[in-house]
Ligand binder design. Structure first.
Ligand code: 8ID
Ligand code: ZN
Length: 354
């Protein structure tokens, strides 16, 4: 039985207040278009991107009224009539990621960069996301969750996990290489520490505070640098790597400094993977040394369906674990305050049944 209304966390106007609404409409099964499915959510992770969307500090304006959220897990309770060749069926447990849908026929899609499809639909940004009980998604892009993998433990793999998994995959590193992770104690970062270890990389974690320090060291980071205490982060990384610098950096903090420093502590041939998303900051660095050191500077934007499957499989086998606390959806406003204050070590997952 699909109810007519539901609880949803809604931002009416970008930059406005977040409200918990009890009367938000649920799209009924008969109204679903071919290819659409209705997912009854159990839980959803909260990503720093959701805060960017709510306050509107990115150059692409989000949809309003906005229902954020793009790390949802739940069951398919309806599929639009005349949906053919669906890879999923009624009752399947699936995940909702940032990339809700893409055309699958354009050059970007054909090349495995579905996230760059000009027709991409983005959960919790251009379409309603997972901060509600029932979300409309797309059979071709929902991600089956491996059996036996708890929903709340799986949720944050769908954005944070996939994103850092892909960034590390394309970081041009080999086992035994040094990788620097600015933002290591956050949602993306603490998973990056673990995916890097799975690939045999040596991790230098950069973040601040005792909670994040303890977390990343427990997860396998070899060196810790507190960006608020360090007098010279570049010198600290050089010292940790025997003077030669790191082979790669995956920057998940959105501070400008983290990016510039990375270009300075990378060794020759090193790779900077840009992941953290400040709205307007420019990357400032020496062109001369970028050339002279043969640096690679790459943007990495979430991941495709295959990346999602690979990231989930690794986590389902217990090689990567989301460090999370569960809160009711009604707490979302406080979660946003905590993102602003930088006090979340790991992730917060919202329980939709509370
Ligand atoms: O596809 C993508 N590229 C993608 C996907 C998902 C998220 C990008 N993002 C973006 C988000 O929009 C956000 O800008 O990645 C960024 C990080 O998201 P998150 O991991 O969800 O945020 P968080 O949990 O707040 O973690 C950020 C960490 O950075 C630290 C903070 O202490 C926090 O732990 N940090 C900051 I702020 N400044 C730092 C600095 N200068 C820093 N760490 C090191 N050096
Ligand atoms: Zn995200």
């Amino acid at each position: 039985q699909i109810p007519k209304t539901q609880i949803a966390a809604v931002v009416e106007k970008t930059g406005g207040d977040l409200q918990i609404r009890k009367d938000w409409p649920v799209k009924q099964p008969k109204d679903l278009a071919p290819g659409e499915c209705l997912v009854k959510l159990e839980c959803s992770g909260a990503c720093h991107t959701d805060l960017h969307a709510a306050i509107g500090d990115w150059p692409l304006p989000p949809n309003t009224p906005l229902i954020g959220g793009h790390e949802g897990v739940g069951h398919i309770v309806a599929i639009g009539a005349n949906t053919f060749n669906s890879p999923v069926k009624l009752g399947d447990r699936v995940g909702i990621k940032w990339l809700a849908d893409s055309c699958l026929g354009c050059e970007a899609c054909r090349k495995g960069r579905e996230q760059n499809c000009p027709k991409a639909k983005l959960s919790g940004y251009t379409i309603d996301g997972t901060f509600q009980e029932y979300v409309v998604s797309y059979v071709n892009h929902v991600t089956p969750i491996p059996e036996g993998f708890a929903s709340d433990a799986a949720a944050s793999i769908l954005c944070a996990g996939v994103t850092v998994y892909r960034a590390i995959k394309y970081s041009q590193t080999q086992p035994g290489d040094w990788i620097v992770l600015p933002g290591a104690g956050g949602g993306l970062g603490h998973l990056a520490v673990q995916y890097a270890r799975v690939r045999g990389l040596r991790v230098i974690a950069i973040d601040t505070g005792t909670d994040k320090k303890n977390l990343v060291l427990k997860l396998g980071a070899e060196k810790w640098i507190d960006f608020k205490e360090s007098k010279d982060i570049v010198a600290d990384v050089l010292a940790a790597t025997g003077g030669e610098g790191a082979h790669a950096a995956v920057v998940t903090s959105s501070a400008a400094g983290g990016y510039t420093q990375a270009t300075e502590y990378l060794r020759t041939g090193g790779t900077l993977m840009c992941v953290g998303l400040p709205g307007t900051t420019k990357l400032s660095t020496s062109i001369f040394f970028t050339v002279f050191k043969s640096l690679n500077i790459l943007g990495s934007y979430v991941g495709n369906r295959q990346d999602a499957k690979e990231a989930l499989d690794i986590a389902a086998r217990g090689e990567v674990n989301v460090h999370f606390a569960v809160k009711p959806l009604a707490e979302l406003k406080n979660v946003y305050h905590a993102f602003e204050a930088g006090t979340i070590a790991g992730r917060i997952v919202l329980d939709m049944s509370k």
